[in-house]
Design a protein around this ligand. Sequence first.
Ligand SMILES: *Cc1c(COP(=O)(O)O)cnc(C)c1O
Length: 457
Amino acid sequence: MKAQRPPSVDRLLGSPLLAGLTERHGRASVVQVVREQLEAWRAAAAGGFELAPFERACRDRLEARAAPRLGPVFNLSGTVLHTNLGRASLPQEAVDAVAAVMRQPCNLEYDLARGERGDRDGPVEELLCELTGAEAATAVNNNAAAVYLMLNTLALDREVPVSRGELVEIGGAFRIPDIMQRAGARLVEVGTTNRTHRADFAQAIGPATAALMKVHASNYAIEGFTAAVPEAELAALARERGLPLIVDLGSGSLVDLSRWGLPPEPTPRQTLAQGARLVSFSGDKLLGGPQAGLIVGERELVERLDRNPLKRALRLDKMTLAALEAVLRLYRDPDRLAQRLPTLRLLTRPLAELQALAERIAPALAAALGPGASVQLRPCRSQIGSGSLPVDRLESCCIAIGAAGRASGAYPERLAAAFRALPRAVIGRIEGGELRFDLRCLEDESGFVGQLAALVV
Ligand SMILES: *Cc1c(COP(=O)(O)O)cnc(C)c1O
């Protein structure tokens, strides 16, 4: 039945379908969507008004609005700690700890033994000191905030020499020179891009110098004719001149990764032992915890950080603190860490396991894609990611999907879009005219295979 003009919003809301949608989505949402759709209909001015397609459009729009925008994906990109995909996945212990403090009041800043106000970073500080040998520790929102807080606290309106080889950009807006400027400190560039010597630092130190800084080259490597001043030597120079050496370690692993055959990454413990007085690192890179910036070092300096009013602006919330405490606790038992900490579990997954997984799921993929696709197993190399261990790659296994027969230019992109449109989006990588899925981070095998029936290419 055709009517030339649409009924009123009230009349529309009374239709059985829209009344049902009101039950589901609430009246306010339905009214808003009905108004939007009416406007769209008027703008299109395409003949008479038809109720059924109008209602369907409202339903689709409401369903789309109701679906969460932030949600889990399958990270088959080949980068384990992928910043765009949320970096580290948390262990169950951390998930439980977060849920517990979310649902009810907790002793966030309350000392239960003494019945008075307590220190919110206390539990995490104790664990960090135990795990790094530091005298004191503090925690903020991320490592960028940690670097900012260290510079603003120790070097406001003063100078900080940094090697030209370490003026890093991490991606996004994190560049050492910019952070330095925003923190109110003056960067003094020292040495050259490829070679910096002790004498370069010695010459740069003057009455306005507040600290020496070292930044770990976490997402690049300078190779060839190079020289950098080792931490111990720089720390000795700093001490001689009565200055602190502060180190941005970037990822910073709390354990020696070579134990699991992974490329070594400096630990905060080693860096402190070499004489650094403050060391900062991320919570959600190799550490495998929630987003956080951790600073460990000398008590007197950490107390100054905690007294800076900016600390309040950068402090962690109870959910992050709960997750962090649970993750740090796992480090007390390094023997079981590779099973319990997802990041380490994924980084140390045996190649044979990945190959067996690929062989199991390739037939399901081939069946879902039909004869137009060629599905092949390939050796590949996973990246650790997030600026951790930039050069070393881990041997892995991937499934490569291309067009069977004649190569079709747009096919990999179309395929990638189809996988992204699945209920739980699958993120791969397009390379060599194929869509490649690195299986290192695929743990929910049945979840992956189970949704292939919904694939529309
Ligand atoms: C990753 C990184 C940062 C930034 O850390 P976020 O936790 O992402 O804020 C800073 N410095 C270095 C050297 C890094 O590798």
